[in-house]
Design a protein around this ligand. Structure first.
Ligand code: 13P
Length: 305
């Protein structure tokens, strides 16, 4: 059987079992219900298990974000997809779960489609607009055919580059409408947000931009990247203005690192078999569960699965 047919078949089988789904329906429900679904990025088995546990215990739909770097780290997208699918099955997860490529290149998108992911983000911001549109259209067609969802980005969502943290850019609402009208399932637009920690002098989210984008794009689920460190009241206001998906990555990394440091600094790895990775990684794992649950509560997705 050709590879792409095999991956589609596996995706269909999993969808039928209500295991891995596209993000389309969960985000449409979020728009209608005025809450947001969290995208939490995964890096390894512990991360995935922690996020799935938090989602199941809070009955929240969840999107597992996989960057190209994290995919490579885990030996490839096929490993990621098969690991998530197997964990969802073996853990008896009942909530909707999507496997989503975060900031995908054109080639990365193709690889994730082949690996059986249920959702992708195409970040075509490095291409001239005509080429970005042409590639987005091609990927929309493939995603529709395979029952996957597609996220597009308008403008660039910044972050730390060469140690310099810039202020976040604001997308052009008319460009957002043009990309939304191509038929994407969700749209990430810069509204002053950035990845990683926010600088002391950060100006905050531009609700004016968000409002203008929402007015032009209607029911299109809007995506807020750079969820780490945005104050709770701004998150709530963003959800009120149409944000239906919020990406969080750095915050889970920070709590994992803090909890692991505490364990080591307390000398616990030297007590008995405290060096056993299952013990050593446990505090960090538990810290991720707590953080993800806190975010799900804030986003309003608890009990929505
Ligand atoms: P943070 O790392 O700032 O939470 O951003 C995550 C993100 O937007 C992934 O696309």
């Amino acid at each position: 059987m050709p590879k792409d047919v095999r991956s589609s078949k596996r995706r269909d089988e999993l969808e039928e079992l209500n295991m891995l789904v596209s993000a389309k329906e969960m985000l449409e429900k979020a728009v209608a219900g005025h809450y947001a679904v969290g995208q939490f990025n995964i890096n390894n088995l512990e991360w995935t298990k922690a996020i799935l546990t938090a989602a199941e215990e809070t009955k929240s739909p969840v999107i597992l974000g996989v960057s190209e770097g994290a995919g490579k780290y885990m030996t490839g997208f096929k490993t990621v997809q098969d690991m998530v699918a197997a964990m969802v099955e073996e853990m008896g997860i009942t909530v909707p779960v999507a496997t989503h490529l975060d900031h995908g290149s054109y080639d990365g998108c193709k690889k994730c489609i082949e690996a059986g992911f249920t959702s992708i983000m195409f970040d075509g911001s490095k291409y001239p607009i005509e080429e970005n549109v042409a590639k987005t259209k091609e990927l929309i067609e493939i995603c529709k055919e395979k029952g996957m969802s597609l996220e597009a980005e308008v403008g660039a969502i910044g972050g730390e580059e060469d140690g310099v943290v810039g202020q976040g850019e604001c997308a052009d609402p008319n460009e957002c409408k043009m990309i939304a009208d191509l038929g994407v399932d969700m749209l990430a637009a810069g509204i002053g947000n950035i990845h990683g920690k926010y600088p002391e002098n950060w100006a905050g989210l531009s609700f004016e931009t968000l409002d203008a984008i929402q007015k032009l794009t209607g029911d299109m689920p809007l995506v807020l990247h750079g969820g780490t460190g945005i104050p709770d009241d701004m998150i709530k206001k963003a959800i009120d203005l149409g944000v239906a998906k919020i990406n969080v990555n750095t915050e889970c990394q920070l709590v994992f690192a803090d909890a692991t440091r505490e364990y080591i600094e307390a000398g616990k790895d030297r007590e008995g078999k405290g060096y056993d990775p299952r013990k050593l990684l446990k505090p960090g794992y538990e810290a991720i569960i707590a953080k993800v649950k806190e975010k799900m509560e804030l986003f309003g997705s608890v009990g929505k699965a």
